[in-house]
Structures are given as C-alpha cells and as structure tokens.
Design a protein around this ligand. Sequence first.
Ligand code: OAD
Length: 233
Amino acid sequence: MKKLVVLTGAGMSAESGISTFRDAGGLWDKYPVEQVATPEGYHANPKLVIDFYNERRKQLLTVSPNRGHELLAELEKDFEVTVITQNVDNLHERAGSSQVIHLHGELMKVTSTWAPNDPRYIKELSPEEYEIKIGDKADDGSQLRPFIVWFGESVPMIETAIDYCEQADIFLIIGTSLNVYPAAGLLNYVPAHVPVYLIDPKQVPIASGRPVHVIQKGASAGMEELIESLRNL
Ligand code: OAD
C-alpha cells in the first residue's frame, strides 16, 4: 500500500466547532498567546493557564469528529495513512485514525512541570475528571501541567514526523496556516517527486514555492474532492 502522510492543523477541527488560532475571532484574538501558551506565562500565572486548558478540555468533551476526520480515517482501507497533527484534540483518534503523531501535545493529557516529556509522568485524564488544579501533583512531586508544547519549548515528536515525511508517497496538508515552525517546515522533507495536496478555504503561501494541488475548500468538502483525485492518480 502507498504511504499517505497528512499534516493537519486547526482548520481540520473547525467544522467540529473548535476555533482556529489565527482566523478572525480565533483563539489568539481572545487570549494573549504569551499568557496561555508559553512557559513564561505558565510560571507567571499557573492558575490562569491551568484554567484555560481545563476550559479547552471541557469544550472538547462536547464536540465530535467531522466528516473530514471520518473520510481521512476511511482512507486507511486503501493507504497506509500517518496523520501528523498540530492539533491537541483527539478527534482524529475518535474518528478512527490509527496512527496519529501529536506534534503539540494532547489536551486530554497532563504531565510534570519539571520533566514534561518524561513518559513516566504523562497521564491521560478521564472525561469524568478532566480538570486539574493548583496543588495536583505529578509522580515526581511537581505541579501537574497540561501536556501541551508551548511556544519556545522543544517539539520532541518532530524527528519521528520528519522520518514519515521522507518516506511519503503522497503528502496532504489540511487546515494549517503554516505559520508555526518546526511543523511548517515538514514539507521540505517530502521528496521532490511526491505529489502534494493542500485543503484549505483560504490561500496558504508555500514558502519553498513548491507546486501543490490546491483544493480551496473546507476540510469535509475538500476531503470528498481529494478522494476523487486520488482515484484518478
Ligand atoms: P491557524 O489558526 O494558524 O490556521 C488555521 C487554518 O485553517 C487557516 O489556514 C484557515 O484558513 C484554515 N481553515 C479555517 N477553516 C477551515 C475549514 N473549515 N477547513 C479547513 N481549513 C480551515 O492554525 P494552525 O496552523 O493549526 O500551537 O496553528 C498552528 C499552531 O499554532 C497550533 O498548533 C497552535 C497555534 O499556536 C500551539 O498551541 C502550540
């Protein structure tokens, strides 16, 4: 089976009702990114940051995967699909995708403040107990924090993601403004002969100028069109 590698961003989940970050009215308009998505913001006001992610988790529990997530999961019948996502929601998994690499962490998980990437301290929260509070401790005795890769932190999964990009037979980008590195640079690791598709209702500039098949639609309608194109490939 051909290897289909997919890079997704916030636009993938927009039709599920989760706001994107940089569109008008997006999350970074409402909450200053320095306060809620940097280690400095967390150290300055841990309660604010913990509450912000409690709120995001509460919202996640009320939404469902959309048709785009489902169609992507169904492609596993015909392709070896690897989803590399910048999203911290679990909608790809809930739609049935079996191989998902989370570059920016996972909302339903929490970890140690001292060693956030140490697997011994990463815990999955249950939908019944999705909130954490000041005073909740990881097994190393530090405050529990969200398992989210904040701006300025390292992205440990990037090496794994690069390996998949180098092996891709087809590459697909869905719903990301390609503003945030290192994720935005992954396309540079996809071999030159590999066809690249991009689904997004807006025009997304490709830094390298590499040709891509643009499907200028939302994730669900875009996936329908992509499936047609893949049939004719
Ligand atoms: P952005 O908010 O920057 O970009 C969202 C993209 O989704 C834009 O290109 C939109 O045009 C597109 N979009 C909007 N509606 C869509 C729809 N219905 N279907 C498909 N696409 C749609 O989000 P990301 O590129 O994902 O990191 O942002 C990358 C990272 O920046 C995030 O992972 C997050 C953020 O700060 C962290 O929190 C660490």
